[in-house]
Design a protein around this ligand. Structure first.
Ligand code: NDP
Ligand code: MG
Length: 386
């Protein structure tokens, strides 16, 4: 008999969350949704409850909470950050998919680690802000993290091609975002709508803006360092606009192992659910090489797109600096989406916030929160001076 896996989805209403539900819908003999969470979108969450019949849900707003608890008196319903944490630590779950956006995922992930779950990690901000703490916890608890971020899933799979001490370098591919090839002058007055278009991937708003600034790639460099314990000198970013090669690992015999496929997050999501096995699924598409005329590669234009360079800086400084890079970026992106700052100001906010920061260790949740809270306040203060 097949052992059905119980899955908790934190952020079921988002881009990753809905892709995960598509994977589960098409493989209902393998997966069952035990819990799901949303923030604002309780209407969609209710549709998902109807279809997937979870036992636990969490919602970010009071109005959503009231509506759900009235409609489903037998369901265990939780509210806000506490609810998210509760869902992260459910005994009944085998796998927790962390697909919320931003550093809000940290505490729930910590709960999942304490309960020794498999964590299918999409939420890269968690590993960036709290990587030191999480890695320490992983030494103590038998939890495992399988990355969902497509680049890190590709690296994870490629690393299986050799031994840890045989790795020369990791090559993270980047689409280059929607503004690839643009000059600083051209970026000066770009609109929010323009930054929200991505050439290859359909994603949530925050990560789409991050892809335009290349801060997404910056976050991924730090995420890779934390997940795979590879030094920053041995992590390279390569612009590859077609997003067919999802990332690669070069071994010491100069052999390179890459993972390729159609750019579809359902592939790494399902892999994180089934690893070390692979299972078929009729929603996943085959890559038709005959339709690809060329695969191209380029370096990052660091003079224009500062997101990667600033992340290397934050990563190399280490301790609380990556959390500060992440939090300043979250604030800047929010303010940009709300029309309060210009696109290029995002870099100014990150740099000025990091310049003001006095680094400290982040070996406890309190210290991670301290760095995160400080950076958010400082970033907002800096924006007021613009
Ligand atoms: P979305 O914005 O599409 O979805 C975010 C989800 O998190 C929604 O369910 C949202 O709820 C919920 N959420 C947002 N804020 C909060 C909060 N404060 N508390 C609780 N829940 C919250 O994002 P994506 O799905 O695109 O991305 C999710 C994560 O995965 C991010 O960390 C991103 O970097 C990472 N990722 C995404 C990829 C992608 O292809 N989309 C690729 C690789 C990584 P609601 O909708 O109800 O407001
Ligand atoms: Mg990615």
């Amino acid at each position: 008999m097949i052992n059905i896996k119980n899955i908790t989805i934190l952020g079921s209403t988002g881009s990753i969350g809905t892709s995960a539900l598509e994977v589960i819908r098409n493989k209902s003999s393998e997966f069952n949704v035990v819990a799901m969470s949303a923030h604002y979108n309780h209407k969609l969450l209710i549709e998902q409850i109807e279809e997937f019949k979870p036992e636990y849900v969490s919602i970010g707003t009071k109005v959503g909470y009231e509506e759900i608890i009235t409609k489903y008196p037998d369901l265990e319903v939780y509210l806000g950050n506490e609810g998210l944490k509760k869902l992260g630590g459910l005994d009944k779950a085998d796998i927790v998919l962390t697909a919320v956006s931003g550093a809000v995922g940290i505490e729930a992930t910590i709960e999942s680690i304490k309960k020794e779950k498999r964590i299918a990690l999409a939420n890269k901000e968690t590993m960036v802000a709290a990587g030191d703490l999480i890695n320490n916890m992983l030494k103590e608890y038998k939890a495992e993290i399988i990355p969902v971020d497509s680049e890190h899933s590709a690296i994870y799979q490629s690393l299986l091609g050799g031994k840890k001490n045989e790795v020369n370098k990791i090559i993270i591919t980047a689409s280059g975002g929607t503004f690839r090839g643009k000059t600083l002058k051209e970026l000066n007055n770009v609109k929010v709508e323009d930054a929200l278009k991505h050439p290859n991937w359909s994603m949530g708003k925050k990560i789409t803006v991050d892809s335009s600034t290349l801060c997404n790639k910056g976050l991924e460099v730090i995420e890779a360092h934390q997940l795979f314990n590879v030094s920053y000198d041995n992590i390279e970013v390569l612009v590859h606009p077609q997003s067919i090669i999802h990332s690669m690992v070069e071994f010491n015999d100069m052999s390179i192992i890459a993972q390729l496929g159609v750019p579809d997050m359902k592939v790494p999501i399902q892999y994180a659910f089934t690893y070390p096995n692979r299972i078929s699924n009729n929603v996943l598409k085959s890559l038709d090489f005959k339709t690809i005329s060329n695969l191209t590669f380029d370096q990052v234009d660091n003079d224009v797109f500062k997101g990667v360079e600033y992340a290397y800086f934050a990563g190399r400084v280490g301790q609380s600096m990556p959390a500060v890079y992440n939090a300043a970026n979250e604030i800047a992106v929010d303010e940009f989406i709300n029309g309060n700052i210009k696109f290029l100001d995002i870099y100014r906010v990150i740099k000025d916030t990091m310049d003001k920061h006095i680094v400290h260790s982040v070996d406890s949740l309190e210290k991670v929160i301290k760095a995160d809270t400080w950076a958010r306040k400082e970033a907002l203060r800096i924006i007021k001076t613009f």
